[in-house]
Design a binder for this molecule. Sequence first.
Ligand code: ADP
Length: 255
Amino acid sequence: QQPRHAGLTLRDIVLAFGGVRAIDGLDLDLRPGEVHGLIGPNGSGKTTTLNVISGYYRPETGGMTCDGSPLPAGDAVGRAARGIARTFQTPRVVGEASVLENVMVGATIEGRAGFLEALLSLPRQRREERMLEDRARQALQAVGLGALADIRADRLQHSELRFMEIARALMLRPAFLMLDEPAAGLSTDEIKRLDQLIRGVSRQGIGVLLVEHHADLIFEICDRITVLNLGKVLAAGTPEEIRSHKEVVSAYLGG
Ligand code: ADP
């Protein structure tokens, strides 16, 4: 059954660090199957927004809902259960474990602190493990790392680790996937692969939030874009609307 208000909404979110408002009255709407770009200069609040959505930060005021029901603030553990997954700017990797194991852990991951414990508890249930293994192999196939599943993760290159992060997030079978600068450090060809991957993910109905500096990628694949400046929404709309937005062009796109 389709929820009445499918989507993830943020309303009037405020979060300050030492009196400085990193996010200052933010509204955001993520919809199933849409790629939503979050852009803005350094320090505009993009990563903080991601941390609020994934429950690592508890905003001072404001509300969040997922598919029509409230999303408790500051509850990173509960986010996985609600189908909200993310990747990190710096890929998290246990180098001596296999690529496969590093991805399998995504199914049991519960917040940031649970990463190692989740990895250690993996062999507990054999049958469950085999199912997880199949899923992890599929996820690795999906991101183009199928052939590297059984090597040690510390043999992967930086760009491969970025794709591994996405495979791990896909293990949750998320409804919403947040990607924190996935194109950083990737070659032109790898960015094309990332582009195809994100399109494939959104075609499955997953809502994607893309925090990214790579403007070409953003304007190429996003259905909608929100531009932040000093923790506030400077502009929101389709790529065409954002491209022709006067303040955005002068402040951010340098036109
Ligand atoms: P962006 O991701 O757009 O570069 P951030 O969300 O990282 O921006 O930062 C927004 C603002 O909040 C900046 O002024 C930054 O210095 C501040 N900030 C972010 N995280 C912290 C923190 N943990 N402690 C103090 N200030 C922070």
